[in-house]
Design a protein around this ligand. Sequence first.
Ligand SMILES: [Zn+2]
Ligand SMILES: [Zn+2]
Ligand SMILES: [Zn+2]
Length: 326
Amino acid sequence: MSDTGGRDDEREDAGTPATGAPEEAFARLGNRIRVAILEALHEEFGGGDRDGAPVRYTELREAVGIEDSGQFGYHLNQLLGEFVGKREHGYVLLSPGRELVHTIKSGAVAATAGSAAGETNAACYRCGAPVTVTYTGGYVVACCTECPGALGLDLVPDGALSSIPVPAGAVGDAVETAPRALLDRSHGRFCHRARMFGDGICPRCGGESTATIEVCDDHDGGEEPCSACGVTMPAVVRTTCRVCAEGGIAPGATVVSHRTPFREALAAAGVDRLGYDAFATMLRWPATVTDADGDPALRYDLPTVGGDVVVDGDLDIAVEAVADGQ
Ligand SMILES: [Zn+2]
Ligand SMILES: [Zn+2]
Ligand SMILES: [Zn+2]
């Protein structure tokens, strides 16, 4: 919370000194009019970086639709310094204010309802049967219509092949109206984000992220999701942002799929954009747990290379041998 230029002056009218504490910032938003001011300012001032001219007081009040200038002014003052900046010719949306509007618009803080399953023409990466897509508890879930799937986690439906957090606004009514597009969009986003995490960059905030290979010590390795770790993969990559704590688990190949030889293997499979088919292609590549200098690593059997592509805990890739004919 810096770089809000002239913040102390702007604060004077607000009545309460700012400490920059998150609970104080959120408390300031506990009012419908204040949220409406931020949304109107986003609309009038623009959503990009530093674009748009400052919005005049009257213009802003009319955009929010509040007749009472005193009431409007009071709530506007509560936002000054932290979320809204005062300039010579009006008001601008500061970066934290813009971030909040984006969060509200994405539906990330809205209640999410479960949905019925939408049918798609996508194929299960385990058995080839048709895949359905549902939205439940804030997650887009792809499910196989025939096999036990790959995830046996709490709150995840039977037959789940993936479970990807997506804000409600980005889902809309797509489960009913465009299930295949939703499947591709959510898996495409997952794959892009995994690549960023693989490069040590948080896709949410741009902070530094870490990645570690997590191996299941009691993996049962059967057709059904493992009763110990809940997934069929013997190991996953756990990513975590050091700054905002965004993260989760990802199949190993997805965090290195933009790097040689994974990108060539994706291209050879006919995948040229990231969607469900890219995700499914990567999940079909056989992976086993191996050892790299005493630490767990993942060994991939890529059709373009052979079974000796090793991804270690630092996500360094070693191609140990090249298959015949290459
Ligand atoms: Zn299946
Ligand atoms: Zn396991
Ligand atoms: Zn982050």
